[in-house]
Structure formats: structure tokens, C-alpha cells
Design a protein around this ligand. Structure first.
Ligand code: KG4
Ligand code: ZN
Length: 339
């Protein structure tokens, strides 16, 4: 059978990324131009700056992806692009670029859901992984428990009611002066701290056993810091980082394991930026080993935003015959499974 090559483009937030993926699981190139340095100056992603930087970088990133893969645009079988969810101006840059290439070269265009991409990142390094399985998606914008019925069929069984897990990491990191992006910095600081030093609440959502709520934990951390500052009490930021992380990871792990048990899944995957978290990986490993569940997660470079994951998801959509028209538009609040 002929190899299928997909050029994938991702620009939903603060990474301008392009990749060439062969047959859905072999990454020939994966180029990421990060804007973290500039957004760090403002303590978070500034949407207007993100769009402008995507425009400056996108052509260069695509050219590099093709040249590293040793391929030409003509050799691509389809162009896959993230069209939501994300920042609308940022998404539009990738979508407009993908449409222009598809139109100019007469190539099929496949719009990809960003979260579907995060889930598909697991296929790249785990050739044996096939649906159905349960996936915990934890990123800066989302916290979802998803039943992956098939490559293109998803059932959302739990979601956050307020902050996403990554968002909580970023806000707490800012409050203890660790800066942006907070997740990796909390992860690092927590290694030097005591996770049992401070007891933070682990919120449950009534009548929705798989839903999450992180705003209570976040507020408790902020209150703790304010109180300490007012009373002049000293605390170790590392203890706070470790205790906060432990509370968040505790809830994530508990929900994922309960869902795996109740739905009868022996395969569980992690996806999204927070899937890099060392404490989450360790606790999930331990919990899964105990129950004979196989656990999958991508390498850190494939956990945070990248285009290889969009190429993987795009391949399966392409093989199922799905095509987007040249009227494809960015959809900042696209729902998982929505077309
Ligand atoms: O998936 P992603 O790159 O972008 C979105 O789609 O949102 O996720 C970014 C999020 C940020 O909130 C970042 O702080 C968090 O992932 N993150 C981490 C770690 N690495 C990245 N959170 C906890 N621990 C980490 N090691
Ligand atoms: Zn993402």
C-alpha cells in the first residue's frame, strides 16, 4: 500500500508548529517555534502578539518541516490543520495558510480538533495502542475524561466546571513568583518540597463523579499565601508547590482510575501539556500497575502543543474519508466530536 504523507499545521495558542507525518504514526519532522519567551514578559499569552508571531513564523516553520522530512509540498497527500478550540486569531493564521496550500496545490484539506490531536499524540510512540481506551486530557485550556471509542469517535464523560488543570498550575505558579509557564516550574519546585506540608481541599462535583473543579484548590492556595503574608508567617514555596500538585494530581488520578474501573477499560492514556507532570505520571503508573491497567503517555515534546499530533489525528480522519471545504473556519469553542 502507498505511504500517506500529511503536512500538519498547529497554531491554536502560543506555538507555531508544522510536521510531516507518514501513515499516522511515523513522524518525519516536527518543528515547533515557541513564543514562550515573549509571552513570559507579560506573565501569560497575549492573543494579539500570538497571532502576529504566528504570521511571522508560519512559512518558515512549514518549509523547515518539509525540508527536514526530505519531502516537497507536491508529495503531501493532504494538509491537516487545527481549526479549534483555541485563540481565534491564532487559529486563523494556521487555517488560512492550510487553505491556501490546499487550494494552490489541489490537495485535500482536513480540519482537526486540537484535543483530538492531543489524544492522537499517544499513537505516535505506542504502535500497539488502538481504540477503545480511556484518555485523561489535561492541558492549559482543558481537563477532560474521554472515552475514545474509535479514532474519530469520542465520548466526553467528565470535564472541569471551572479552571483547567494547567490553568491552575499557571495561576498558582504566578502567585508564588515562579513565573510563566507555571506547570513545569511547579513540577520542578515540588521535587524539593513536602507534599503533605499543607492540606488543600480536593473538590468533588455533586452528581457528576467524573467532573473536576480546580478553582477551590487555587483559591485555597491564594488564601494561604495572603494569610501568611499578613501574619508574617514563613512557608517554603517548595512545600506549597508540592502540596498543591499533590492535591490536583490526587483528584485527576482518582477520577481516571474510577472511570477505568467502572467502564471496564484496561488501557488508559494521558494527553496534553500537564501529562508531562512527573507526579501525575508516577501516581498514574502506580495506580495502573496495581490494577493491571496499561498506561500510555507521550514524550514531553509530544504532550505540549505540536503539529505531529495533528498529523496523527488528521491521518485517521483522512483515512475515514473526512475532508474539509475551503470554507473551513476557525472555531475557538469547537466541541470534541463536533464536525
Ligand atoms: O497542551 P498544552 O501545551 O496547551 C494547551 O492546549 O493548553 O498545555 C499547556 C499547559 C500549561 O498550563 C502548562 O503549565 C502545563 O501544560 N504544563 C505542565 C507541565 N508541563 C506543561 N503542568 C504541570 N506539570 C508539567 N510538567
Ligand atoms: Zn494543547
Amino acid at each position: 500500500m502507498k505511504d500517506i504523507h500529511i503536512l500538519a499545521i498547529e497554531s491554536s495558542c502560543d506555538e507555531t508548529a508544522a510536521a510531516v507525518v507518514q501513515n499516522g504514526r511515523t513522524v518525519l519532522s516536527n518543528i515547533i517555534s515557541s513564543q514562550i519567551a515573549i509571552h513570559t514578559l507579560y506573565g501569560g499569552v497575549v492573543p494579539e502578539i500570538a497571532s502576529r508571531k504566528h504570521m511571522e513564523k508560519i512559512n518558515q516553520v512549514i518549509e523547515e518541516a518539509l525540508s527536514r522530512a526530505g519531502k516537497t509540498l507536491e508529495e503531501m497527500d493532504a494538509i491537516a490543520v487545527t481549526y479549534g478550540p483555541g485563540l481565534v486569531g491564532a487559529l486563523l493564521v494556521g487555517v488560512a495558510e492550510a487553505k491556501a496550500i490546499a487550494f494552490a496545490l489541489g490537495k485535500p484539506l482536513v480540519g482537526v480538533h486540537h484535543i483530538e490531536g492531543h489524544i492522537a499524540a499517544n499513537y505516535i510512540e505506542h504502535p500497539e495502542l488502538e481504540p477503545p481506551f480511556l484518555c485523561l486530557v489535561v492541558s492549559g485550556g482543558h481537563t477532560h475524561l474521554v472515552v475514545v471509542r474509535d479514532y474519530d469517535r469520542f465520548e466526553l464523560i467528565g470535564r472541569t466546571r471551572d479552571d483547567a488543570a494547567g490553568e491552575a498550575f499557571d495561576k498558582v505558579a504566578r502567585a508564588i513568583g515562579l513565573g510563566y509557564p507555571g506547570g513545569p516550574k511547579i513540577d520542578r519546585a515540588a521535587k524539593e518540597g513536602n507534599p503533605e506540608a499543607i492540606a488543600f481541599p480536593r473538590a468533588k462535583v455533586a452528581d457528576a463523579p467524573y467532573d473536576f473543579s480546580f478553582s477551590g484548590i487555587k483559591s485555597a492556595v491564594l488564601n494561604y499565601i495572603n494569610h501568611a503574608q499578613m501574619t508574617g508567617e514563613h512557608f517554603k514555596p517548595e512545600d506549597l508547590a508540592a502540596s498543591f500538585q499533590s492535591a490536583v494530581v490526587g483528584v485527576l488520578t482518582e477520577h481516571a482510575i474510577r472511570a477505568a474501573k467502572e467502564y471496564g477499560f484496561q488501557k488508559v492514556a494521558l494527553a496534553g501539556g500537564v501529562a508531562s507532570n512527573s507526579c501525575l505520571r508516577a501516581r498514574m503508573r502506580e495506580a495502573c500497575e496495581k490494577r493491571g491497567i496499561s498506561l500510555y503517555y507521550p514524550s514531553p515534546i509530544l504532550c505540549t502543543d505540536n503539529a505531529a499530533m495533528i498529523g496523527a489525528a488528521g491521518y485517521y480522519e483522512f483515512m475515514k474519508g473526512r475532508r474539509s471545504g475551503l470554507d473551513l473556519n476557525a472555531n475557538p469553542s469547537l466541541k470534541l466530536g463536533e464536525r
